[in-house]
Design a protein around this ligand. Structure first.
Ligand SMILES: Cc1cc2nc3c(=O)[nH]c(=O)nc-3n(C[C@H](O)[C@H](O)[C@H](O)COP(=O)(O)OP(=O)(O)OC[C@H]3O[C@@H](n4cnc5c(N)ncnc54)[C@H](O)[C@@H]3O)c2cc1C
Length: 502
């Protein structure tokens, strides 16, 4: 979209803004914070149906808080039929996480974000497997990762005693004869995206954005003059309102699909959503939590979606420390925790029904996996934990329900209906409206996704913005894996600013 006006627009019968953001999750608040720095005079309205920011998927207990940098998540390094391991996807995600670290550092330095310990903490990332086939895979992965500058500091071992030093809960009570293997990065992170979202929202408000909580966006339409008109309901009074803008971002998480469908844009046609819910076991028992200091990711079971990879995570939330294991996938037709059972059926439209049916036909493994997960008893769920923590006592762990992930269903380039586990940026051809579908790697890569959105929707302004963008993200437009010297400089400067050095 070609934005030229640089002043807030006058109020009329409807509230008029340059930009409207729908939803106060990590995506909208990241985009709003970028725009308010790039164009301080643009007026921004943000509408959120809940009573505060970061309360849906971005809430720390609704996600796993992993700073996804592809250090330990084995689904980003698939093994080919010839036995080789591809690092392509892992490199892409790691590059994006370096962008996140740079933008967050910039925002800490200019006061947009508070003390980094309130939203990011250093935490080793470990991949852990057992059995011969898996141990062989991890060894090949280690060799492949080590060859890349981004991952050259990877450590690897098959020695149980060394793994016990890295993470004692993994080896205590384990059969000493069992073949195990682990790879470790010392520079992983745990991120509280809820805290970060709320800090960004507070800063946006201070910078002049009109933020309205308790306001449900009920529809989107295009006015004759090209502006987008947003219909709203003030949930505290029941009053119906209208607001308009030249650009709208549908950052509504699980609510994005239906709003984009309602906007009538061509680009959303054919897309559907498949919700997967998740539960975690959590302990705040400090005698256990303090003995584990890592995020440990394993391998997914057959048919399991990539986001159901089991992991044992130290979490830092609100100054407290806890330990989480999961997720246990499940099925609920809600698209948000605060959503409705009708979300899935209402998302089926004539233009996406074939996609939905195609996905259902081709993903029997996933359906079987979800049915089995839902049917698991508490004892069977604990058994999954014992595979990681053989000595875990059953009484110290409580089950918590995490957020909903709405996986994208779409037609791929060959026209085949597929279930996609990444995030999908949808933008109208004229760039006047955009939204985000999907969940993974999600919040960790919000800065890269939102920079991509700026390029797609505000392409004409990017050259003018470039000096500011390069001040925010010094590696903007460059690949650190190809510039090892820059990689080293940026890694150490962001680690210092974000206080990740201990
Ligand atoms: C179980 C689970 C584990 C995850 N683990 C990780 C992880 O370890 N690391 C990681 O990086 N990511 C993880 N994610 C993904 C991450 O949580 C999401 O990518 C991210 O939070 C999405 O942010 P968002 O702003 O798009 O959505 P949200 O945070 O959900 O925000 C959307 C907002 O829009 C509001 N909204 C919706 N509809 C309307 C409407 N009609 N009107 C007004 N407001 C509306 C909602 O109330 C909500 O506040 C995980 C997700 C889940 C569910």
């Amino acid at each position: 979209m070609n934005q030229s006006a640089a002043t807030p627009e006058a109020s009329g019968p409807e509230n008029r803004y340059d930009v409207i953001l729908i939803g106060a999750g990590i995506m909208s608040t990241t985009l709003g914070s970028l725009l308010s720095e790039l164009e301080p005079h643009w007026s921004i309205g943000l509408f959120e149906k809940l009573e505060g920011g970061g309360q849906e998927s971005s809430d720390p207990w609704n996600n796993a808080g992993t700073g996804h940098a592809a250090l330990c998540e084995l689904n980003y390094t698939p093994q080919g039929k010839d036995g080789s391991v591809s690092t392509a996807k892992a490199k892409g995600i790691n590059e994006q996480f370096h962008v996140s670290r740079q933008l967050w550092s910039h925002w800490v330095q200019n006061g947009t974000l508070n003390d980094p310990r309130t939203f990011i903490n250093a935490l080793p990332h470990i991949s852990f497997v057992w059995g011969d086939t898996n141990a062989e895979y991890l060894k090949v992965r280690y060799e492949a990762m080590k060859a890349e500058p981004l991952f050259s500091h990877i450590e690897h071992t098959e020695d149980q005693a060394t793994i016990g030093e890295w993470a004692p809960l993994l080896t205590e009570g384990r059969d000493a004869e069992q073949r195990v293997a682990a790879s470790k990065f010392h520079d992983g992170t745990d991120v509280d995206f809820g805290s970060q979202t709320r800090q960004l929202a507070a800063h946006l408000q201070k910078s002049g954005a009109d933020i309205r909580y308790g306001h449900d966006v009920t529809g989107l339409s295009r006015a004759r003059d090209g502006r987008w008109v947003v219909s709203l309901k003030d949930l505290s009074t029941g009053k119906k309102l209208k607001a308009s803008a030249r650009f709208v971002f549908v950052g509504a998480g699980g609510g994005a699909l239906s709003l984009l469908q309602g906007s009538g844009i061509e680009e959303i046609k054919g897309f559907g959503g498949f919700p997967v819910s998740g539960k975690f076991l959590k302990t705040t028992d400090q005698s256990i939590a303090e003995r584990h200091h890592a995020k440990v990711y394993g391998l997914a079971s057959v048919g399991a979606p990539p986001m159901s990879v089991p992991h044992l995570d130290t979490r830092f939330v609100d100054g407290g420390r806890s330990l989480m294991f999961g997720p246990y996938a499940g099925f609920s037709p809600n698209f948000m925790k605060s959503g409705s059972f009708l979300d899935l059926p209402l998302s089926v439209r004539p233009h996406n029904i074939l996609t939905q049916l195609g996905v259902a036909k081709d993903n029997r493994d996933l359906v079987t996996f979800l049915l089995k997960e839902v049917a698991k008893s508490q004892r069977q769920k604990m058994e999954e934990l014992y595979k990681f923590v053989p000595d875990a006592g059953p009484d110290s762990w409580d089950m918590i329900t995490a957020g909903q992930r709405v996986q994208v269903m779409k037609r791929n380039d060959e026209g085949k209906a597929v279930l996609q586990f990444g995030t999908e940026l949808i933008a109208s051809a004229d760039g006047s409206i955009a939204g985000l579908l999907g969940a993974s790697p999600g919040a960790s890569t919000a800065p890269s996704i939102m920079l991509r959105l700026l390029e797609r929707c505000f392409g004409g302004l990017v050259d003018a913005w470039r000096p500011k963008l390069e001040a925010m993200v010094p590696s903007y437009g460059r690949l650190l894996n190809e510039e090892p010297q820059l990689l080293e400089e940026i890694s150490s400067s962001t680690a210092a600013t974000l206080r990740l050095n201990g």
